[in-house]
Design a protein around this ligand. Sequence first.
Ligand SMILES: C[S@@+](CC[C@H](N)C(=O)[O-])C[C@H]1O[C@@H](n2cnc3c(N)ncnc32)[C@H](O)[C@@H]1O
Length: 216
Amino acid sequence: MTAAEPAPEEFGAGYWEQRYRHHHGTSRPHAPSPQLVAEVAALEPGTALDAGCGEGADARWLAARGWRVTAVDVAATALHRAQQHALASDDPAAAERIDWQQADLLHWTPEHRFDLVTSQYVHLPGPRETFFRRLAAAVAPGGTLLIVGHDPADRHTAAQGPGADAYVTAEDIAAVLDPGTWDVLVAETRTRTVTGPDGSGAELCDAVLRARRREG
Ligand SMILES: C[S@@+](CC[C@H](N)C(=O)[O-])C[C@H]1O[C@@H](n2cnc3c(N)ncnc32)[C@H](O)[C@@H]1O
């Protein structure tokens, strides 16, 4: 961006594209989310949507376990890197199980519903409840919704956090789910350890919501 260009809307498509062009959008381009691993490792593989897949580490982890993954992100640079990582992996069969799609999740409508919808640390402009409802709508009967965000307990670690008020509690996420349709299985704050560019470790707090859509 030159000095003459206006700054893109925070968390809009231009913001994310610029972020990936200037550096990695995630601190873990190759390692899956520890919350994804903890919540999904025991599930039977089926179809999965990775909503806001970034550089694709979660999608690749799911595909390596037999999931057929639709991995969606608005940022072309992130998707390009994700595809390159998948092609470079030593598991070409897993790479073929991933369908990478560039789309804005606030407008994109899937062709079918998924056995698993996972979204990790995705911040968008506008009311996040709209986004959570769209994710929930994409889950098939009997399927799993997993949403992980930055817990407000992390506000004090601004250097590691999203840099604006994009924090959410698991209870905030659960509040959009109709109790007549969903069983909330996990709604909690959980810690994870990240390593900064200088090698130092820091403990961060995640909001973790896992719910199951009832059959029928
Ligand atoms: C903080 S990154 C997290 C990436 C990945 N889920 C991870 O955990 O490493 C947020 C991601 O959401 C994507 N994103 C943000 N808004 C989006 C939108 N409206 N539609 C699709 N993707 C979006 C960004 O491009 C970015 O890759």
